[in-house]
Every structure is written in structure tokens, then in C-alpha cells.
Design a binder for this molecule. Structure first.
Ligand SMILES: Cc1cc2nc3c(=O)[nH]c(=O)nc-3n(C[C@H](O)[C@H](O)[C@H](O)COP(=O)(O)OP(=O)(O)OC[C@H]3O[C@@H](n4cnc5c(N)ncnc54)[C@H](O)[C@@H]3O)c2cc1C
Length: 325
């Protein structure tokens, strides 16, 4: 039977909220069987709560992949998933365009010699006789045009931006579980013997953020980014940044939002001194309310904003901090 396979992403010992949204969005739009693959690493406990959630958000079949290595080697993951795909032959395989999704999807597409449409903002699945046709839509020419792309090889693969689908309860009655224990089949050039957490580059969880306050080059200096951080601490927001601010050394790379950074879909996104380049917009355009502060009334960010202030971003930042004292 034809199958639609999704990649279930793990983040800090939990399933990423956006993975639940991906499953329920595909299920709701198509009412077809949706399966998911999860790759377990030794520290992750796939408990009943997670399994129940996967069922609740519409998963019909769960493939659990385990490596026989004592440490989880991210380099191995695409090979394990490709092994599964060769076994179960799904017609479609969809991942999120998160950092992990972007890393593994091209490797899997290459191993399986198929096509991949990256960073999609819309996914449609048509059924022609008993075959699925995936129509993946994504912006092109710097966001001026939308391209709908069809892949002629199988599995048809796409990565989808976080926020494309909303998490909705489907409440499946059953969910089949299939376990695969793959031996380490390939000769990786490197092997992980031990690992140590990089405390400095601690992961920023943008996926569940309610508020994100992000700064761009319009914030000018490190001191203002420190103030932005303080404002975030005081309000419970998560700090974000543009690539230019990162490249100028004003803020750590881990805060970058956009095409080559993280994606986020908070209730409120406040942009301090951000121009609104498409590469940045791609990571935050699905936020519920966007508020922009920019001194240039023609800044593109205002086209994407619900509320715009033509103001000095640093001045607004100071006023907000003062109001909280
Ligand atoms: C392949 C590729 C991938 C990329 N990926 C990313 C990505 O993931 N994330 C990302 O962010 N960018 C990314 N970029 C870069 C992107 O194209 C933009 O260059 C970047 O987003 C611009 O950052 P910015 O808005 O901080 O700076 P600028 O574009 O320089 O804008 C600064 C803004 O600040 C305003 N300003 C100036 N002074 C003040 C003031 N006193 N008060 C208020 N406003 C003020 C200006 O009017 C201007 O609008 C990528 C680019 C490429 C080519």
C-alpha cells in the first residue's frame, strides 16, 4: 500500500512540537495513512506519553529505528532512514526544514537517488489511481515568485518550513508500531567515541517560543544586544537575531533566525532594527503578530508587520526596559 512517511524530530528528549504539526497537517489535508520514522539515540526514552501524542496528532504507523552504537552518531541517521525507506518503499517522505531536517534530507535524497524540494511553504498531495503525487510549493527569485515542483522519482521528498502546518488533534484509534534494529552498516570516516555538551553553544528552543524579540543591524552594538537580552529575561521572551548582526559579532550564531538559522512561529515577534530581507522573513513570517521598529519608513519589514513603529530601535528598547523597572 502506498505510504506517506514523515520524519519525527527529537529535541532535548522530546518530540518537536512542529513534528506533531507536520503529522496532523498532512493527515487532516489528505485523510490518508501517515507514518513516521523516529531514530532513537541512547538517552531518548520513547515513553507512552509520546506514543499517545503521536497517535493523538494523527500518526497511523510508527517506525522506530535503533542503531547498535553506544553513542548516537548524527552522521549515521540518513543511512538508517534510507535503509528503512528501501524496505518499506514510501511514495512520499516529508521532513521539516529545521537544522536537522536540512542536514539529513539531502543526504537521504542522494543515497536514494531521488529529488528533494527544500524549504516548502505549501504541500499538496494528489492521488492518481493508487499513486500519490506530491506538489511542493516554495518561494523562488528572492520571494518574488512561488514555484510548484513535482518530483518524478520515488520517494518524492520535501522539507517543509516550521509553521506551514498547525498542530491539531485527530485522535486516531490505533497506531501500529514497527521496530527496526539496524546494525551499523556503513563505514563512516569518523566514529564518535565519547561526547561533551557544548555549554557555550547551548541550543535555543525557538519552536515553543511564545514571544521572540529579535535584533538586527539597526541595534548597532553589543551593548544594545545585551539590553535586548535583559528585556527578554524580564518578559520571558526568547532573543533572536539577523545574520548580519551575527556576522558583525554583535550576537551569537545560535540566535540567528531565517533561511540559514532557526525558524520560529511565536504569538508575538518583535523586530528591532531589522530590514526584512527575505532570508530573515523565511524564518519568522508565520508568527501570529509581527511588530517592527525601524527608523526607515520604507523598510521591507513593514510589509510583513501587523504593527510598525518608525523609531530608533535602541530608544524603544530603553523605554521598554525603563517601563519594567
Ligand atoms: C543564502 C543566504 C542566506 C541568508 N540567511 C539569513 C538568515 O538565516 N537570517 C538572516 O537574518 N539573514 C540571512 N541572510 C542575510 C539577509 O539577506 C540580510 O542581509 C539580513 O537579514 C539583514 O540583516 P539586518 O536586517 O540586520 O540588516 P540590514 O539589512 O542592514 O538592515 C538594518 C535595518 O536597520 C534599520 N535601522 C538602522 N538604524 C536604525 C535605528 N537606529 N533604529 C531602527 N532601525 C534602524 C535600517 O533602516 C535597516 O532596515 C542570508 C543571505 C543569504 C544570501
Amino acid at each position: 500500500m502506498a505510504e506517506i512517511l514523515t520524519y519525527i524530530e527529537i529535541e532535548e528528549n522530546n518530540v518537536l512540537e512542529a513534528s506533531y504539526a507536520l503529522i496532523s497537517g498532512i493527515k487532516k489535508a489528505n485523510n490518508e495513512t501517515v507514518s513516521g520514522v523516529i531514530v532513537l539515540h541512547p538517552e531518548f526514552i520513547l515513553n507512552d506519553e509520546i506514543k499517545n501524542n503521536l497517535k493523538k496528532f494523527g500518526l497511523d504507523k510508527l517506525y522506530i529505528l535503533k542503531s547498535d552504537k553506544p553513542f548516537f552518531d548524527k552522521n549515521e541517521e540518513p543511512f538508517l532512514i534510507s535503509g528503512l525507506i528501501k524496505n518499506v518503499n514510501p511514495e512520499i517522505f516529508i521532513l521539516l526544514s529545521t537544522t536537522a531536517g536540512r542536514e539529513i534530507a539531502p543526504v537521504i535524497a542522494s543515497i536514494l537517488d531521488t529529488g528533494l524540494t527544500a524549504d516548502c511553504t505549501k504541500i499538496e498531495i494528489e492521488k492518481e489511481e493508487d499513486k500519490y503525487k506530491l506538489i511542493s510549493t516554495r518561494p523562488t527569485f528572492g520571494g518574488k515568485l512561488m514555484a510548484s515542483i513535482i518530483c518524478k522519482k520515488y520517494p518524492q521528498m520535501a522539507t517543509v518550513r516550521v509553521g506551514t502546518f498547525k498542530k491539531e488533534e485527530i485522535n486516531n484509534e490505533t497506531m501500529e508500531t514497527v521496530e527496526f534494529n539496524f546494525p551499523s552498516i556503513m563505514n563512516l570516516k569518523s566514529e564518535i567515541i565519547t561526547y561533551k555538551k557544548d555549554e557555550k553553544n547551548e541550543f535555543i528552543n525557538f519552536q515553543n517560543a511564545k514571544m521572540v524579540f529579535a535584533g538586527g543591524l539597526g541595534l548597532k552594538n553589543k551593548e544594545n544586544f545585551e539590553k535586548l537580552k535583559l528585556l527578554c529575561e524580564k518578559t520571558g521572551a526568547i532573543m533572536g537575531a539577523t545574520r548580519k548582526a551575527v556576522d558583525k559579532g554583535l550576537v551569537d550564531k545560535k540566535y540567528q533566525i531565517g533561511q540559514t538559522g532557526s525558524s520560529t512561529t511565536p504569538e508575538i515577534y518583535v523586530a528591532f532594527g531589522i530590514s526584512g530581507a527575505i532570508h530573515h522573513i523565511m524564518g519568522m513570517e508565520n508568527s501570529k503578530k509581527i511588530i517592527a521598529i525601524n527608523s526607515d519608513k520604507n523598510a521591507p519589514i513593514f510589509k510583513y508587520s501587523d504593527i510598525g513603529y518608525i523609531e530608533d530601535a535602541a530608544k524603544v528598547l530603553d523605554e521598554l526596559l525603563n517601563s519594567l523597572n
